[in-house]
Design a protein around this ligand. Sequence first.
Ligand SMILES: Cc1ncc(COP(=O)(O)O)c(C=O)c1O
Length: 397
Amino acid sequence: MGKFSEYGKRITESKLTFFLNIISKKENVISFANGLPDPSTFPHKEINEIISEILTKNPNLALQYTVTCGPNYVKDAIIKLVKERGLDNITEENICITSGSQEALFVLFHLFLNPNDTIIVEKPTYIAALETLNPIGVKYLGLDIKNNEYEIDKLEEELRKEKVNNVKLMYLIPSAQNPTGLTMGLNTKKKIIELANEYDIYIIEDDAYGFLSFNDEYNFPLKHYDDTDKVIYVGSFSKILSSGLRVGFVIASEEIIRKVEGLKQNINAHTPTLNQLVAAEAIYRNIIFKNLPKIRQIYKTKRDVMLKAIENNFPENTICSKPTGGMFIFCWLENLVDTGEILMKSLEENVAFMPGKYFYFDESGFNTMRLSYSLPTYEKIFEGIEKLGKILSSLER
Ligand SMILES: Cc1ncc(COP(=O)(O)O)c(C=O)c1O
């Protein structure tokens, strides 16, 4: 162990990978554990056409190194994309293209946080963000989500009590959150911006699911309401085009983008040129905008099937989120044992989910679970929830 740096010592096996490995070893499991996009949302034919055209017309551009934060042609496509999310006045200097939004999170967390700095995160939040933050040695302050409500007043109170000078950052997923599928209301968003300004805290806004909103009423990201450049916006092509292309991006002030560029250069020099060009063409050729209503419809129908199945099969006192978008439902089980133990029982019945406690920085959500509806068919969703319901009912005290 002595050979590793302090940071290296704090790197442990990912809980997500651990569970997904257990699940993948079993055959015929109905898995609500993975957060994989439904492959029918990928525009296969169009991506195929784009790649062959690029490699025919412009092979030397596509196969060559490029600049660290990506070519302006790709940045201009991203400017066009985020306009649809209500982000205006973005210039090429405000953008850095990354290898998925995961890289953006890694870079930003490492640029801002020292060991013992405090970061505000939702409770529960995205497991891989916690797994990126933990080895840095940060402390956490939670924005609790309970009974489908954001407890913003409690956070405000805690901020007033805390010695706030080492609260550096907030990491938030305000739209169609992973793991709850919930979206912050406008008042909560405005309060967050207000607190960020009052306490001089930067916000990393993870908008991975922002385009996957099921509501007709359009919900702008925090960045839309940010007049003081406190919000660093992180976007991704994973859920709107293809997750395997690994293209994401950061939008921030020029000063922050220069820092992102410096660190990214050290990690991978740049995101694969061909993949960036595919993402850009998918915007310029209107493929993403044309495909989005279909993607939203697929996930909305699956959400409805899962919610109905939960209503029919789960014990009555179970509280589950009603996602406004995205791919996940989160449940709070009352009077029940640890969902880690329930997982072991449900695996015997060939059903899998993610125990919710790993989405809590203090692992406090022992009685919670995340259910992903993105990948299984309607029939499998119904069958899996029915089986899970029987297990939960049999365990009720
Ligand atoms: C909230 C959230 N942020 C970021 C990511 C990372 O996505 P990617 O690196 O594919 O852009 C995910 C992936 O599932 C996610 O759920």
